[in-house]
Design a protein around this ligand. Structure first.
Ligand code: MN
Length: 720
């Protein structure tokens, strides 16, 4: 059991000026309040706050944090009040205790909505004082360490919550040490069989492993010395969770996980990191593709190190991490390493800058009002790894893995994101859904009048891009529905001799809005636009029911079905063409040349209408901006149909039209539109819109028509 002196000694070692009296006072108070209480393990309750304080002291946190750790359960579990804490320990500690207490009351249930709301509260707490989260993490860590004393049915949900929420947060805050321990403990309770199996295997091979570790250690130490690099080398067993992940990812048994030991070399400065790397690579052959330079390109959580894997002394893979002492501190303690003993002060600007992630979260949470949406967006950022890309000016940017040029654009500026029409990667045009790779140079092509498209939400990955696109679309949708609502209501008013402006400002309207819980006339108009309220309901406020013009409703329906048709036609075009290999991009076909499947085609990125597809010899292609050109091909797997226009000139003879349509449908082709003009010279010109699958089918139709008696000519029509 940890003793008060251990805690005090730890603090004095890193902060000789610390006011230890506060810690002593908190200890005495906590001991008094928790007196007589025991934990499930049978130990006195005080052990828990003491251990939590010990964890934070080892993380080198400030005095108020450690005092709060000692007091953290007093308000929740004893008769202590917050006022008492404030009177005895001052406002800072009181606020910290209050934050931790509130956080403890949050239950992360499986109900998504509730979980989302709770998660948001947690982040808000983090916003006010990050120390609250650090204390909460230490609290959770100790509870996980002692989870065996709880009944089984409580163990699993706590372990799950730890894996889902707390470990990712520790990771994002860069507290590696805590993250891996939380994950390992969670694994123990969530997959006890797996954990036990790994544990047995690890123990069985302990002596063999020790031999391997000391062998590698000795070689490295000796060689480092020869090259005058001063460094310490540690060999350590990998965490169970990461061994488990390897077994699952590569579908291999424990025996085949070769690199269960990882080595770490800690040196004095950055130059020595690279020198040590050179020494290792000279000693053993590096495995290609396994070298990572997180010193030049730190991770989003500030992690820095060189990683490499080599073929070790017995032909097996050996992993090395090389870092400076300061990098090591940051890797183990993350945000806490920057916190340290800056008594009573918030993070310095410089450090705050490093945790941009945190600030961005807080920014978004004020923008997103729907908590489920918030959780969804935030989860992405918590779990994603990162890619590193360059701006055209050579600036380095980090983005989550899977990010697209749009994510990049939104990370620079909202307006840049909104007006994106295309992107160049390393000088080459790519589709917007292209996934960025580390090292890419990304250039964004824009058009002022361009707007975000709903499809974008399908492939952007950052919370910021999602939030910005959603908010734009919501606003746009609202404006649109308001305009439609206004139009519909204006017509309905006209039919009943009413003035829409007077209707909108009327007392009746105001009352209607109040009763139906709409905030004002705009909300009503938008509801009409969405079809939630009928315009007749509003008109009915002023006109007796038997005088309402009934066909108004029918007219609204008719409008709807026209829109429905247009929408169906557009979706039909989707999936026909692959753009740079992707099949669900928004495409439209040039009216000038009407390409059909089988035609040789080219595509151009347009302003806001997706990719425009033309026949390669279309005259319009010549005038197009070649930088907007993208690769397009017909999607062979698609069974979508496409409209082709044909013109059939024939003798104006009764019954011939019937023969023509029969011949077309006999080829399995639908006619979606037709027009017939009779000429003075006894001929008829028939225009047909045909729904065809590919060019072969169109040729078959044309051939069949040409065989008919009385046909003068059959042509495919290309307008323009
Ligand atoms: Mn606790």
């Amino acid at each position: 059991m940890i003793r008060l002196h251990d805690i005090l000694d730890t603090i004095s070692a890193y902060n000789p000026e610390a006011d230890l009296d506060v810690i002593k006072k908190a200890y005495v108070f906590s001991a008094k309040m928790h007196e007589g209480q025991t934990r499930q393990s049978g130990e006195p309750y005080l052990v828990h706050p003491m251990e939590v304080a010990g964890i934070l002291a080892r993380m080198k946190l400030d005095v108020p944090s450690i005092a709060t750790a000692l007091l953290h359960d007093t308000v929740e579990d004893t008769v202590t009040t917050l006022e008492e804490v404030e009177r005895l320990f001052g406002p800072e500690i009181k606020n910290l205790v209050d934050g931790v207490t509130k956080l403890s009351r949050i239950q992360f249930t499986s109900v998504e909505e509730k979980q989302a709301e709770n998660f948001r509260k947690m982040l808000m707490a983090m916003a006010q004082d990050i120390r609250v989260i650090l204390i909460k993490l230490a609290d959770r860590l100790h509870n996980m360490r002692t989870l065996e004393h709880l009944p089984e049915k409580r163990q699993v949900p706590i372990a799950q919550e730890t894996l889902d929420i707390y470990a990712p947060i520790a990771n994002r805050l860069g507290i590696q040490e805590m993250k891996v321990e939380l994950e390992d403990l969670a694994l123990k309770y969530l997959k006890p069989d797996v954990w036990r199996h790994i544990d047995e295997q690890v123990k069985k091979r302990a002596s063999q492993r020790e031999k391997h570790i000391s062998e590698v250690k000795n070689s490295v130490e000796r060689t480092l010395k020869e090259h005058h690099v001063v460094g310490e080398i540690y060999g350590r067993l990998k965490h169970y969770q990461s061994i488990h992940k390897k077994m699952v990812a590569q579908n291999i048994p424990f025996d085949e996980v070769h690199d269960i030991v990882a080595f770490r070399i800690v040196v004095d400065n950055v130059q020595q990191c690279y020198e040590a790397l050179g020494v290792i690579h000279a000693l053993w052959r590096p495995v290609p593709g396994r070298f990572r330079d997180y010193i030049a390109m730190p991770k989003a959580n500030n992690y820095q190190s060189l990683h490499t894997t080599v073929i070790g002394p017995h032909g097996d893979r050996v992993e090395f991490q090389i870092r400076t002492r300061q990098m090591h501190e940051t890797a183990e303690h993350g945000i806490a390493a920057h916190w340290k003993y800056k008594e009573g002060r918030l993070m310095e600007d410089k450090d705050e800058m490093k945790f941009k992630w945190l600030r961005r979260l807080l920014e978004w949470q004020s923008e997103i009002s729907d908590s489920t949406e918030f959780l969804e967006t935030v989860k992405l950022d918590l779990f994603a790894e990162d890619v590193y890309i360059f701006t055209p000016k050579g600036q380095l940017k980090e983005l989550p893995r899977g990010s697209t040029p749009l994510d990049f654009a939104y990370s620079i500026h909202t307006d840049l994101g909104h007006s994106t029409v295309g992107a160049k990667i390393n000088g080459k045009i790519v589709p917007l859904r292209y996934q960025l790779h580390s090292g890419d140079t990304v250039e964004i092509l824009t058009q002022k009048e361009k707007h975000p498209h709903k499809d974008w939400l399908q492939f952007v990955v950052t919370s910021r891009a999602k939030a910005k696109i959603r908010s734009f679309l919501r606003q746009e949708e609202h404006d649109k529905s308001r305009a439609i609502g206004h139009e519909v209501l204006e017509k309905a008013c006209g039919h009943h001799g009413l003035n829409i402006n007077r209707v909108l400002k009327s007392r009746e309207m105001e009352e209607f809005a109040k009763n139906a819980s709409y905030e004002g006339a705009d909300a009503i108009l938008s509801a009409i636009g969405y079809g939630k309220i009928s315009a007749l309901q509003i008109v009915g406020l002023f006109v007796p029911h038997d005088q309402l013009v009934p066909e108004e409703a029918a007219r609204e329906k008719a409008r709807e079905s026209v829109i429905g048709k247009i929408v169906r036609r557009l979706t039909r075009a989707k999936g026909l063409v692959k753009v740079s290999g992707y099949s669900d991009m928004l495409v439209n076909f040039g009216k000038c040349c009407n390409p059909v499947p089988g035609d040789s085609i080219v595509g151009f990125v347009t302003r806001g209408r997706g990719v425009s597809v033309h026949v390669s010899d279309c005259p319009k292609v010549v005038g197009m901006d070649p930088t907007r050109r993208v690769d397009v091909e017909w999607d062979q797997s698609s069974d979508a149909t496409h409209i082709a226009k044909i013109r059939v000139v024939c003798a104006d003879r009764p019954g011939l039209l019937a023969n023509i349509t029969e011949a077309i449908t006999a080829e399995g082709v639908n006619i979606s539109a037709a027009s017939i003009h009779t000429m003075e010279d006894q001929t008829a010109v028939n225009n047909f819109d045909l729904e065809i699958k590919n060019i072969t089918q169109l040729r078959d139709v044309i051939k069949a028509l040409e065989r008919l008696k009385g046909i003068i000519s059959v042509h495919r029509v290309r307008e323009g």
